[in-house]
Design a binder for this molecule. Sequence first.
Ligand code: BES
Ligand code: MN
Ligand code: ZN
Length: 485
Amino acid sequence: MDFTASSASLLNIKADSLILATGSQLQNSAAELDKSLDGAISSLVKAGDFSGKAGQSLVIHIPGASGKRIILVGTDGATTAQQQIKVIEAGASALLKTASTKAVWAGEGLSDDAEWEASIVARSVQTASYKYDSGKKAKPQKLKSVTYWASSKAGANAAKKGLAYGVSVGNGMNTARQLGNLPANICTPTYLANQAKALAKGQGKVTTTVLTEAEMKKLKMGSLLSVSAGSDQPAKLIVIKYQGTKASVAPVVLVGKAVTFDTGGISLKPGGGMDEMKYDMCGGASVMGVMNALIENQLPVNVVGIIPATENMPNGQATKPGDVVTSMSGQTIEILNTDAEGRLILCDALTYAGRFKPDTVIDIATLTGAVIGALGKVTAGLLSNDDELAEALLASGTKSGDRAWRMPLWEEYDELLKSNFADMANIGGPQAGTITAACFLARFTLKYKWAHLDVAGTAWVSGAQKGATGRPVPILMEYIRSKAS
Ligand code: BES
Ligand code: MN
Ligand code: ZN
């Protein structure tokens, strides 16, 4: 897909569809367009076909010009970034339902920030055009180009920057979605490692290293290896380095949980809906998505992605409830529930992250069912040992429409991890499951600024629309971009 920006007269841009985001009061370009169409748009407003309310869309065909259409998208009432993003997503989805090959996007009075708005347009068109790649030949994409129209030259220039950024975020989300949607018999730890190597191929700024189980054993990653013990698929620790600026700049390290299938292990999960545990690698997939986006837009930042990848299976070698293991940090862990495996692989990956002398470490994990109980599927849970970092992430979430909500990491919660037989247990009991999971991780992140995103509720949707969402690639990219400027 090709994205360009233009401030030429809207009536002169050649395209077979025009997306017009407008309220019921037609202003400026919308009014001009209406006039050139002999009042076609305003008469639909008058008749009540188009109310102009945020999220409403209506496709109208222009008489005399066969195949040309205007897609009206309502903007009235969309004042927050979140509401404006929903408007743009409605427009993108309406566009992709048509047979359009060349579209113009004109938003009249949606937001004042052309760069931001264009970035969301590009991202939304890109994600709306995602189709699951099953390996079979797919129909080629009809839509070839989108021109973002701005009322001024300065607006068009700002939009150009936004488009380039937004496309990369959209592609990064689609990368994460594709990996998430792949079944676990294809998307194994080895598959992920190979994808990570492929990502780096021919990319001067990117290097991928994959640690084997033997190498992890040498590093004394006893906690991570206790999870892969029950699986015939070997675990991999994938490390992707993106160096976009001077080596002396401390990197942002992203650590993404990639349990390519979570049966629960010996603490076996119930059968209903267990297929969705193929999505338990979405944290790792989002790190791959971010790397993909960074490669595409070449941001001047240093980012290291660490992806502990394993299955959680219950074979004869599997870890049993009550087993005690020693983590790379030297702290011992009594594993009371083998289904609390995410934290067991993350803790060793977080210790390993310290080697990169990080500026900041953010881990991303489909860690707890409890976060869905607390926050639903709307927002990710955010826990952090640093207020400034937490604030920056919350702001990045709001701006990108990929929101997070902070929860506390108080010692009263941490105390629930007490064990009689080790430094800590791997579960904290039935209460505050998202917080106790994060308290567990916090014991391994004392040496740096750290934040944890629990994306168990946001990384995929269930039901008829079942599929990975590509979250939290947008919030992570927004945060990383804010570091660059
Ligand atoms: N991957 C799951 C978390 C999960 C559950 C994500 C449901 C999305 C939907 C994680 O490994 C897990 O099983 N967590 C347990 C922890 C418990 C045993 C303390 C959970 O949430 O039930
Ligand atoms: Mn589990
Ligand atoms: Zn899990």
